[in-house]
Design a protein around this ligand. Sequence first.
Ligand SMILES: [Zn+2]
Length: 463
Amino acid sequence: MKKLSILLYLSACIGFAQNADEKQLKSVYSTSLINGQSYAWLDHLSNNIGGRLSGSTNAAKAVQYTKSELEKLGLDNVWLQEVMVPKWERGKAEEAYILTNSGKITVPICALGGSVATKSGGIVAEIIEVKGIEDLKALGEGKIKGKIVFYNRPMQPDLISTFEAYGGCVDQRYAGAKEALKFGAVGVVVRSMNLRLDDYPHTGSMGYEDVAVEDRIPAAAISTNGAELLSKQLQKDSKIKFGFTMHCKQYDDVLSHNVIGEIRGSEFPNEIIIVGGHLDSWDLGDGSHDDGAGVVQSMDVLRLIKETGYTPKRTIRVVLFMNEENGLRGGRKYAEIAKEKGEKHVFALESDAGGFTPRGFSFDCSPENFAQVESWKALFKPYLIHYFEKGGSGADIGPLKDDQIVLAGLRPDSQRYFDHHHAANDTFDAVNKRELELGAATMTSLVYLFDKYGTVKKKKIKG
Ligand SMILES: [Zn+2]
């Protein structure tokens, strides 16, 4: 063939492939919006089972439910992977109050996950406000000893990514107690990680690291309205006291499971693509956004692949990880077993940022793979998916990282996520059906493209 006719032939081939991809994406989105299953699954997970804290009866029920639903999809294989997880219980509802000269003002608090209880009858002590861990040193033991430390740095409101704002504050929650006890504090109260002013305290994990059990101090989150009120009262009178009671308890680790299902690849069955979310949640709400949404969307990816009649070349696996919230044991176990078996994972996608309108993905991969992803961007334009950036992926898939794999996270609109995150209002009614289904379709589309075209292999340096 002459040069020109070769060029014409090649561009016709590319055009044909693009057309096929456009058609497949259209079919995926239509099927998800007309005949999606994610919302019905989420309804059951949230309303019939509820909050699924690791080691709880509800978490075990969620394992059985999702396994049996995956079995109904006619996948090639569905199984449970054993994993030992921590078990922590909140116990009776927490109580807290500000003690002023004119009386007691009740404020909403909740124990942070992993905290020790207060002594029976609770703690009452003077309280000192700081804007972060870095303030402790300046105050020193003289001003902190015997008091409760109140961490009150708010999430930065002018950051467009609310996850970035969260990242700028969450050290107070995770490490606030272990740092404050070095200066003799008797407890800590942390402003909830929430951009909105409301009455919901938001829990989340905290750690004491190597602090002996008998030296640990209790840690609670206070609602944003509660934090504002407490700060105002402290400005009026720095000698006011704060009282709180918590009944939480840590138990020995218990056996739990990751839930896994797969469609075997027709051409390269040893190249594995995984899609997942975490099955556990905090206990205050029913974990609809965090991360029931990611769980049901991931399940629907495999269903949508089958429903649209696409035969994957590579093995497509859904993994519902246990214990992301307070241990990441499920993610670590999955990667450990994959390594033991010598499995080759080429692409992993996680949805763990809420069931809101999808905007795109963030990627953790080589420049070559990122260039390939960018070449697919136009295919997503009709669905208003435009965010393709390098950055983090997902906590559960992180342990799979090596120099070949492409890791990605679904990135939905994040403006309302922290209104609900880890709080009692993370419930089914806060999830919109269409937004959830668009997320499932967006994930399925990316999985399809990675399955069809594979990843760009890193060139081996000769010599
Ligand atoms: Zn999550």
